[in-house]
Ligand binder design. Sequence first.
Ligand code: NAP
Ligand code: G4F
Length: 331
Amino acid sequence: MSKRAIITGVTGQDGSYLAELLLSKGYEVVGAVRRASAPNFWRIQHLLDRITIKPADLLDQLSIIRLVEEVRPHELYNLAAMSFVPASWDQPMLTGEFNAQGVTRVLEAIRHVDPSIRLYQASSSEMFGKVRQVPQNELTPFYPRSPYGVSKVFAHYITVNYRESYDLFAVSGMLFNHESPRRGLEFVTRKVTEGVARIKLGRADKLSLGNLDASRDWGFAGDYVKAMWLMLQQDRPDDYVIATGISHSVRDLVQVAFGHAGLDWQKYIKTDSTLIRPAEVEHLIGDSSKARSELGWGPSVDFPGLIRMMVDADLERVAAAPQSADRLSTL
Ligand code: NAP
Ligand code: G4F
């Protein structure tokens, strides 16, 4: 009998890669989407004949209960969230409703409909924020630096609490930054790789960025969704850090991306103080030894390989797009 899984956030970067992975393993996949006035399926267009789409919104408890009752999944991957850190200062209340209480709603739905459903909760290295320890592992204390980070700390602890209170198989994956050609355009890796493609093809002549000194432990999203699946296949639920163990600065990112296109980045990059965050996470680097030994997980794409993959995909995409489709503003 094939397993059934619900993915919330299936229209997002990770949701699309996870849906591909689960389909390749013979799962029946149900993607939960919130209502929009127009479909937002560009990342899962190629999967629409193989997955089922059902409506649900993290703000609406009944919609989640209905979804879980109808599908009766074996596994539920809760990837839906407001995931862009700067937006969390603009909309802190909504961020808390989506990312913190939204998770409580999912846990409540599982508890009431079928407590045997296994839950993956998408936690984040943003919880480590102003880091208390280098590198960060499962025992590193949290010090979030944004409403987004704070909301994810709540989500992490409510997941742990429901596991301990109600004996649920609920796990929290503390994933460091992971990227791909499907990354949203506002995140720094994709902003840079798309910017490089536009400059190379004569569609732009500059790229504005904020803090070039911040550094992140960047990996490939396709590798990270494998870790999510592995966490739900274990004998007992536990929490894991997922990271490459190597950190690079935004400046390194810019050098690799422009260099791959044969461009001198210093001619094109402008710094813009409005892109500096009210409180920054300066340096993240993860220690994923536990996941490597217990899950047998490891990354397959290194940082230069990831950035080259993204630049190549953006060069192809921008070249194929009409000029009228160019973005009107730089985020
Ligand atoms: P993403 O591309 O921004 O996708 C977010 C998804 O959440 C989208 O499908 C979005 O739907 C959905 N969503 C947002 N609010 C919702 C609501 N109220 N109800 C239902 N769905 C809603 O994010 P991602 O990069 O794939 O990340 C997936 C998860 O991992 C997120 O929880 C993120 O916070 C977390 N995470 C990501 C990283 C990373 O580096 N990528 C690292 C650690 C943790 P729409 O298409 O309708 O907007
Ligand atoms: O790409 P970012 O926006 O990602 P950030 O803030 O690290 O968050 C991402 O990773 C988290 C995991 O740690 C996820 F939980 C979260 O959902 C999201 O996926 O920014 C990375 C760094 C920051 O230090 C930022 O200040 O890049 C710096 N940066 C410099 N210039 C910029 C820019 N970031 C953006 N988005 N845009 C810039 O122009």
